[in-house]
Write a protein that binds this ligand. Structure first.
Ligand SMILES: *Cc1c(COP(=O)(O)O)cnc(C)c1O
Length: 463
């Protein structure tokens, strides 16, 4: 099994990025609950034939859709070790928790957070944002709000993020019971960064109207175009207004690993909390989200729930004052930290930083190629590693359909897999260069295919 998987990774370039799942394969997954034992080798054969070929393709160098990491053999082997241990990191006195704490210490160092900062591995940034909103709420309304909920509070909490913020920020506000309408979406400037004057105006208007502003969520690397909000300016506003400053740095925060890009994230070191994913730019296997909170005490106070069966002892397995389960909603937790610990050590910050810079250089290369082709146009300035462009249609009104069809053709051909988004209400082919395996050859293949499909589809539409 291990050999098969290593072969798969070694030869992934020779495969299509993605392929349609045949009905007959999908149909095999409607069997009744197995009563009898099956041979392991047979089940593995089924995996090889029916599952492996029909994955989404994010390990493939031609995968450029959404923002997804490519994984590494190191991360894969670490996952195997973690599975072998079958560790549960909810709590108790065990070395795996020290590994997680080690990663937390590294993250404090990377983001220049104090020793009192706390951190926790979670599934992804969606949950990390949710945790941050809850901690900010507890600080804004006091500990009693954990008992009484929002209903008992006369304060009407409101939060702020830019219109470019990821949808999971409003989802976090929703899950926290604050209500989606309480998230004020602030317009962006020409660089797709939160407009600071409008942020200040919105806070002032809310105060006049009797609301209680409590949180600003800046974004480091927006999902559509890779914009980085002016984090220093947001930190100033948050400080002046006494608000919690959270950063959704899902993929962008770890650009701190690159000495070249880090200065663009200036102000990140002033955040109250940062949510990010090791499974995106850092290439750690899914899933590996992370929440870092400056004030570890508020983080603890937001989640700690004394129960007698989880009593902390001074000796033995149940020793330890604070357990990971005191910092989030999960009690049972897998050993996500191990794959991050292996990845950071085996590659080192310099190499990880270079890899991140390389994806940004590829974005610049792609921008050049687009600018050299009359049939193509850029739809947003190229920030970091995301490029939004489209094929020019004869009729402006056909452009969205044409480009959507081009992306369908790219996916179904297995040549490359960008995704789509809307930029200024126009459908864009969106290329997010995250995978460490992607090279200029893959960019050329993708662009050549866009030109070919674009010309074919334009001709078909005319006839
Ligand atoms: C990917 C992403 C998220 C969501 O993170 P998950 O790990 O998928 O939960 C949130 N915000 C931004 C900016 C993202 O790129």
């Amino acid at each position: 099994m291990l050999d098969d998987m290593l072969d798969y990774i070694e030869h992934i370039r020779e495969r299509p990025v993605w392929q349609n799942i045949p009905d007959q394969v999908r149909g095999k997954f409607q069997q009744a609950l197995p009563q009898q034992a099956s041979d392991l080798a047979e089940v593995h054969q089924r995996f090889m034939q029916e599952v492996l070929p029909y994955a989404v393709g994010n390990s493939h160098p031609g995968f450029m859709g959404w923002v997804q990491g490519g994984g590494t053999p190191v991360g894969m082997l670490a996952e195997m070790l973690a599975a072998g241990l079958n560790a549960n990191l909810g709590g108790r006195d065990q070395m795996p928790i020290e590994v997680e704490k080690q990663v937390t210490q590294w993250m404090r160092e990377l983001f220049q957070f104090p020793d009192s900062a706390s951190g926790l591995f979670v599934t992804g940034t969606s949950i990390a944002n949710f945790i941050a909103v809850l901690v900010a709420r507890t600080k804004a309304l006091g500990l009693a709000s954990r008992r009484q909920g929002l209903a008992a509070s006369p304060q009407r909490l409101v939060a702020y993020a830019s219109i470019g913020a990821h949808a999971c920020v409003s989802q976090a506000i929703d899950m926290a019971g604050i209500g989606i309408d309480a998230l004020r979406l602030i317009p962006v400037n020409a660089a797709f960064e939160m407009d600071i004057a409008q942020l200040e105006a919105a806070i002032a208007a809310d105060r006049v109207a009797g609301y209680t502003p409590f949180l600003i969520a800046g974004t480091a690397g927006t999902v559509d175009v890779g914009a980085i909000d002016d984090l220093d300016a947001i930190a100033n506003v948050a400080q002046a207004q006494g608000l919690w400053f959270h950063i959704d740095g899902a993929y962008g925060a770890l650009a701190m690993l690159s000495a070249e890009i880090a200065p663009r994230l200036k102000g990140i070191e002033r955040a109250d909390s940062i949510a990010f994913d090791f499974h995106k730019w850092a290439q750690v296997q899914y899933d590996a989200g992370y929440i870092l909170v400056r004030d570890g005490q508020w983080h603890f106070d937001t989640f700690a729930t004394p129960t007698s069966y989880l009593k902390r002892e001074t000796r033995g397995i149940a020793a330890g004052e604070r357990w990971p389960c005191d910092f989030g909603p999960d009690l049972s937790r897998g050993f996500r930290a191990l794959k991050a610990w292996f990845t950071i050590q085996v590659y080192g910050v310099e190499q990880l930083g270079k890899m991140i810079e390389h994806t940004c250089e590829l974005a610049q290369y792609l921008q050049q190629r687009i600018q050299q082709e009359a049939a193509l146009e850029l739809l947003a300035p190229v920030n970091l590693n995301i490029v939004c462009f489209r094929y020019r249609a004869n009729q402006q009104s056909d452009a969205d359909d044409l480009n959507r069809d081009i992306v369908f053709e790219l996916h179904e051909s297995g040549i490359a897999a960008p995704s789509t988004t809307k930029v200024n209400a126009q459908l864009a082919i969106r290329v997010a260069l995250v995978n460490h395996r992607t090279t200029r050859v893959d960019i050329d293949k993708m662009i050549d295919a866009v030109l070919r499909f674009g010309a074919q589809l334009t001709q078909q539409n005319q006839s």
